[in-house]
Design a protein around this ligand. Structure first.
Ligand code: URP
Ligand code: ZN
Ligand code: ZN
Ligand code: ZN
Length: 496
């Protein structure tokens, strides 16, 4: 019984266990066929040399080929940057970009056309909903769930073009409850942000830094409390995306303690970067000679002011409040008239004109691995839970992705044994995205994915050929329903 590929001599990590290096993993026909204590033979054998062997990463929050982001990453350039960072599955968004985009079925069709044959890793789609009208909720969404396996939607409480009223949120929450669709919510109080924005404008405080001033912690705290309340009203699970506030996270924790199905996501930028990156007078070497470079760090929610706040997010990772660790890869090219530089009009900077979002698909797992696992802040199992297993379960991929177990897709990442890789400082030229910078440039990395395997094929071999796969190897994933949480009670009679 010859396997296509055998991996041995690595510590095999799942969300619950670490198996010893004596274990052999046999891959066949794209799936994990055997996990054995007895030596297995294969057409190819990889010796992990005592490094960790983990499931391929699932990055469940990335923005690729979005029609409203002209200078961003495409499905091609974004997924090209996935496997070198250990990610084998991504879930970008199909976007109902305007309130007049009535037919979300054709919206999704358009995204399929753009993505077909372009991906370097497997992918699904979430749907961003900006107009939850009756027809969409009762006819189009059910069709997308059934035919396309699109079992999750993202909605906003902010951004003029996307924000929904509380009543609209209740409408979609109820509809999602009935269909078993997962709701991702961007929670920031829009009126607070507009109010402060006007004051800043009057005072000509419009440098990139003021983006962070205009979106204070309380905006996230209030909206988080509110959307949790709305979720309780309907008794339906929600996932609050890209959380950055310790207070908001403790509100989530309180809800979780009373067994309300509230899930939280956070991202690398809220663990590693503070708002001083937005200032041109800070002393990072990456900022020399260009006072507008703070725009590279504009994202929403914004980078927070203090390291104490970052520590609060770490705490929420360690104590289990955070369910999913994703990148929110939402980049635009810095030096491009439709990219970050759109915020520089005739030499005058304005934070409101800067597209929001940071690149981070490729650095997501290496950052958390080096600064979380290798530095001893989290266990390898916790890492796998956050980066692989929970996002797979959350978004209906738990039958295929996110773990190392027989019958699952053979998506694996093999890290260097600790100490084997000479620590290095990140430079953007090492990354594979289509963006001209990384917010994590200059940070030191002690490890990196050595091999990434997608459905049994080595697609990334850092020491021998780098990115080996060609575009088109990534397949579309029709997803099932979330296996993480559901309603607590029968649907209230009034809502039925
Ligand atoms: O700043 C961000 N995160 N932009 C992307 C859009 C979003 O809100 O996720
Ligand atoms: Zn968002
Ligand atoms: Zn700086
Ligand atoms: Zn996002």
């Amino acid at each position: 019984n010859q396997f296509d590929l055998v991996i041995h001599n690595g510590y095999v990590v799942t969300a619950s266990d670490i198996l010893p290096p004596s274990v052999y993993i046999g891959l066949k026909d794209g799936v994990i066929d055997q996990i054995s204590a007895r030596p297995l033979t294969g057409k190819r054998v990889i010796d992990a040399e005592g490094g960790y062997v983990m499931p391929g990463g699932v990055d469940s929050h990335v923005h690729l080929s979005q029609k409203n982001t002209p200078a961003g990453d495409t499905i091609e350039s974004g997924t090209r940057s996935a496997t070198p960072g250990g990610t084998t599955t991504v879930i970008p968004f199909a976007v109902q970009a305007s309130k007049d985009d009535f037919d979300v079925v054709s919206v999704v069709e358009d995204y399929h056309k753009v993505a077909d044959g372009q991906a370097y890793c497997d992918y699904g789609f979430h749907l961003i909903v900006s107009n939850p009208n009756e027809e969409m909720l009762s006819e189009q969404l059910p069709q997308l769930v059934e035919k396309e396996g699109i079992t999750s939607v993202k909605v906003y409480t902010t951004y003029p073009r996307y924000k929904l009223s509380d009543e609209q949120l209740l409408d979609i929450l109820l509809s999602n409850r009935k269909m078993g669709v997962t709701t991702m919510i961007h929670a920031e109080n829009s009126d607070i942000i507009d109010f402060i924005g006007k004051k800043l404008e009057e005072k000509k405080m419009i440098d990139p830094y003021y983006h962070s001033v205009s979106r204070p912690l309380v905006a996230e705290d209030e909206a988080t409390y509110r959307v949790i309340s709305l979720s309780k009203m309907i008794d339906v699970p929600i996932l609050i995306v890209h959380m950055s506030s310790e207070t908001a996270l403790s509100t989530v924790r309180e809800a979780q303690t009373s067994l309300v199905p509230i899930f939280a996501e956070t991202c690398p930028q809220y663990l590693f970067l503070t708002a001083d990156y937005l200032k041109h007078d800070c002393h990072h070497h990456v900022h020399k000679n260009d006072s507008f470079q703070g725009a590279k760090y504009i994202c929403s929610p914004p980078l927070r002011q203090t390291v104490k706040e970052l520590e609060g997010v770490w705490k929420a990772i360690q104590n289990g409040t955070v369910t999913v660790f994703s990148s929110d890869h939402a980049p635009t090219v810095y030096d491009h008239p439709l990219g970050k530089k759109a915020g520089l009009v005739n030499g005058v900077p304005h934070y409101k004109k800067v597209p929001n979002g940071l690149p981070g698909i490729e650095t997501r797992m290496p950052l958390l691995f080096c600064k979380g696992v290798e530095s001893g802040r989290i266990t390898p199992q916790k890492f796998v839970e956050l980066c692989c297993s929970n996002p797979a379960k959350m978004y209906g991929l738990g039958d295929r992705k996110g773990s190392i177990s027989v019958g699952m897709d053979a998506d694996l990442v093999i890290w260097y044994p600790k100490g084997k890789l000479q620590p290095f400082s990140l430079d953007n030229s090492m990354l594979h995205h289509g963006i001209d910078y990384s917010p994590f440039e200059g940070m030191e990395f002690s490890n990196w994915p050595r091999y990434t395997i997608l459905r049994g094929n080595v697609v990334w071999d850092r020491d021998n050929g780098g990115l080996i796969a060609s575009k088109g190897v990534g397949k579309y994933l029709k997803r099932g329903k979330s296996s993480l949480g559901g309603p607590i009670k029968e649907l209230d009679e009034i809502l039925a």
